[in-house]
Design a protein around this ligand. Structure first.
Ligand code: PEP
Ligand code: MN
Length: 280
């Protein structure tokens, strides 16, 4: 078997390079090994002020500590919803002002990094952009936290090298997010690779979170995979929550309702407690 550490293609990200785990701090939320599990929740996409504020209030009341919501959406179909852009960033800012929840939102274009940084506490790099090296370098020139999603066909080595691009520019605040990979299976939207979590824990000091929403594509499976992710050592979760998933503009089948999210949180607590971490 090839040695993934050979040649140290990711010298800064390597566990051997830094004995203490990296803790990424966002507002008063600490994300990383040994910290309580961080739950990031909210809609796939910001669709309206009402939809976003309703969801933000609900997830906050139910224990989320970071609000997610896409303003700039990658869309496989050029006819699909591409996000509300600046208007969505302003809605997220309002949701943050009201709830106090820090914001995670995607940036796709290096030219928009500065704009998105003004509103985001965590910049999400989506699966389709994991190897967009100009974008990685641009977010690496900020000090804003970056959530680097795994490319849907990327190996752990390629993913760690993508993280290295960001670290190399001087931004140490990188979080890795497993969101499922492409396999022959089509029942689930992606195959959520939970083995990647303990594997990454041996390879890197960076925090690792899991997104069971993109990972399964099915809302009915999200709660179980959240429990599984925490059980294998994930430092956080990224969960899509929508007040009316049936009419969502994007990713409806995988978004849980606020009631579903409430049930999920109840089931998650004993798992996080068993690992002596609790939920942030
Ligand atoms: C999302 O979080 O809504 C998203 C588009 O994620 P990914 O890049 O993992 O598909
Ligand atoms: Mn989505």
């Amino acid at each position: 078997m090839p040695d993934i550490n050979k040649g140290l293609a990711y010298q800064l990200a390597a566990r051997s390079a830094k004995p203490t785990p990296t803790i990424v701090t966002v507002g008063n939320v600490a994300i990383g090994e040994g910290c309580p599990v961080v739950v990031m929740a909210g809609p796939c996409s910001v669709e309206s002020r009402e939809q976003t504020l309703t969801t933000a209030r609900a997830v906050k009341a139910l224990g989320a500590t970071v609000l997610r919501g896409g303003a700039y959406k990658p869309s496989t179909s050029p006819y699909g919803f591409r996000g509300l852009g600046i208007e969505a960033l302003e809605i997220l800012a309002e949701a943050k002002a009201e709830t106090g929840l820090p914001i995670i939102t995607e940036v796709m274009d290096p030219r928009l990094v500065e704009t998105v940084c003004r509103h985001a506490d965590i910049l999400q790099i989506g699966t389709r952009n994991m190897q967009n090296y100009d974008l990685l370098r641009e977010v690496g020139r900020t000090q804003t936290a970056v959530c680097l999603k795994r490319g849907m066909s990327a190996s752990l080595l390629e993913w760690l090298q993508a993280a290295e691009y960001i670290l190399l520019e001087g931004n140490p605040n990188v979080i890795l997010c497993e969101r499922g990979i492409r396999t022959f299976e089509t029942y689930t939207r992606n195959t959520l690779d939970l083995a990647a979590v303990p594997a990454l824990k041996t390879l890197t000091h960076l925090p690792v979170i899991v997104d069971p929403s993109q990972g399964t594509g099915r809302s009915a499976l999200v709660a179980a995979l959240c429990r599984g992710a925490v059980a294998v050592g994930a430092d956080g979760l990224l969960i899509e929550v929508h007040p009316h998933p049936e009419s969502a503009l994007k990713d409806g089948p995988q978004q849980v309702t606020p009631d579903g999210f409430a049930a999920l949180m109840v089931e998650l607590h004993p798992v996080a407690d068993a690992l002596k971490r609790g939920i942030a």
